[in-house]
Design a protein around this ligand. Structure first.
Ligand SMILES: Nc1ncnc2c1ncn2[C@@H]1O[C@H](COP(=O)(O)OP(=O)(O)OP(=O)(O)O)[C@@H](O)[C@H]1O
Ligand SMILES: [Mg+2]
Length: 271
């Protein structure tokens, strides 16, 4: 069976072509799956929108706060004819910080809201981890962090490598930030009972306060100083992992550090 994508006047046509040898000659069956693809895509887009809709109230709240600060700072500036340079600098820094926060939130949500029209693919999850590590090493936070890896050639999953790469990247960034840029991240992939591919990511940072453990996947939950974190990183990881039919959880590691466990359905052999 081969899948064929053709450009047609009406758009892309997705066809599945199967060849059955007969006693003499062969029988070729072509199934037009274009409509199915469209429905699949619409379904994924709806799922993504639904999870964003769920976040919408808190998004509005989080965007309204910096905008309100912007507004009041601007009003103060407008009402004064002579502003001392130090006060002006101060006000501008405040404006810039708040604009930065709104931009950070919209960028994150924008990246999350895009649905690509590719079909899910089968790949080794270590591929997405390697890509995420390569990006992570280029970040200011990543340059001095050591990484230890254990991969599994059987770690096949079905889904979107770019999306899972985003998940791993967010978790690596959090780990590096918790370790203040110095420490070790240990990434272990293993196939469990031929059913799920489990990735554990452990760092050597301070770990997570017990009262925060149940909240880290909440949208906008952040312990970082204002302006440093949107609190969307892990909320997005949660959505992406669930979109792949998987689970993500966190616990503190012994003797120290946080340990994120991602479990994805084993992708080899399934439809
Ligand atoms: N490896 C870790 N070690 C300790 N605390 C962590 C770790 N990972 C996440 N956290 C905690 O979980 C919170 C939420 O993380 P999340 O990635 O969602 O948001 P953020 O990192 O604060 O903001 P952003 O991702 O936008 O930079 C963090 O603020 C931090 O308190
Ligand atoms: Mg983060």
């Amino acid at each position: 069976t081969v899948e064929v994508v053709r450009e047609t006047p009406g758009g892309k046509a997705h066809e599945r072509v199967r060849v059955h040898p007969l006693k003499t000659g062969a029988c070729i069956i072509v199934v037009d799956e274009s409509r199915l693809r469209e429905l699949e895509l619409a379904h994924r887009q709806m799922g993504r929108l639904a999870s964003m809709g769920f976040m919408l109230a808190s998004v509005c709240h989080e965007v309204a706060n910096p905008l309100a600060t912007l507004q009041s700072t601007l009003q103060v500036l407008q009402s004064q004819s002579h502003i001392p340079p130090a006060a002006l600098q101060n006000a501008l820094a405040k404006l810039s910080g708040n604009v930065g926060r709104v931009l950070a939130i919209t960028r994150r949500l924008n990246a999350f809201s895009r649905v690509d029209d590719k079909s899910p693919m089968r790949f080794n999850v270590d591929f997405a981890i390697d890509e995420a590590l390569a990006f992570f090493r280029q970040e200011r936070w990543g340059v001095n962090v050591l990484t230890e890896r254990r991969s599994d050639p059987e770690g096949i999953v079905l889904g979107y490598p770019g999306r899972l790469q985003q998940v791993f990247f967010n978790i690596f960034m959090n780990a590096a930030q918790a370790m203040q840029g110095r420490g070790t991240i240990i990434v272990v992939t293993r196939l469990v009972a031929q059913r799920s591919v489990e990735v554990t990511i452990t760092d050597t940072g301070p770990g997570i306060a017990p009262e925060d453990l149940p909240r880290v996947f909440e949208a906008f939950f952040s312990t970082k100083v204002a302006g440093e974190g949107t609190g969307l990183g892990l909320a997005i990881c949660y959505e992406i992992v669930h979109e792949h039919g998987g689970e993500i959880r966190v616990e503190n590691a012994s003797p120290r550090g946080a340990c994120f466990i991602i479990s994805l359905p084993f992708g080899a052999g399934s439809v």
